[in-house]
Design a protein. Sequence first.
Length: 308
Amino acid sequence: MTAPLVADRVRARAPGKLNLFFEVGGVQDDGYHDVASAYQAVSLYEEVWAEPADDFTISVSGSVDVSGVPADDRNLALRAARLVAGRVGDPGGVHLDIVKHVPVAGGMGGGSADAAAALVACDLLWGAELGTAELHRLAARLGADVPFALMGGTAIGMGRGDRLSPALAKARFDWVIVPADDGLSTPEVYGRLDALRGRGGGGIPQDPVVAAEVLQALRSGDAEALAAALRNDLQDAALDMRPDLVDVLAAGRGAGALAGIVSGSGPTLAFLAAGPEEALELQVTLAASGLAPLHVHGPVPGARATTP
């Protein structure tokens, strides 16, 4: 049965994310790692427009370099559209116009946000009304970060990172992110982590878990306490692959950041500020040194349909 179109063109957006805490277990037989993550969605968004078409196609533009974004079925957003179509029946095709603002291959889940926004947009376009639980089930088939991009806010992720539970975050946290020109491949960063560990570069958590200090800091809204608890097990691997980032981390800390961390698998860096004014001062200082910092805040909601 074909669902009726509810509009000629719809729009949805989804946020990028930061990993405030990311503990990585050992590599499993299937090549994946168990992780424990504290995610926070931040105010840097991907937009996806969906309209009826004869086939499944995409176009990509944005304020970031999109030259490396695939326009075929390697693209998570296009795969998301096909999943919704499979649940609807035979809705015809769709054209997705993706407008990206999250750094590509930057460790902030931009591709996952595209997929989450595409799920919401196609569900609305075709009047599928799949519901939250079904959309999350489809999101989990697309990748570990897609369910969180759909959910938003602040959450704890276990297993592959897709077993989510909301985390209470009472306050706004202000961040200055510094994108890098060239992205990093997530599988390659994990591979470097395994290599470093194989050479004795740190212990391997047997049962990854998010530290209680992180949850306490989020509940209390204490930016200084959160700064002290930030952790990313992928950071050493990312810095080993991109040693130029070490100086940028030092510059951010020296310019007043409470803490700096590699975002996810990198190479985007995230600096936690004491508040909005401090974040603005940090942004100005880093921009004066030739960088292109952005001021964002979190937590923000996950993927949502928006008014064109």
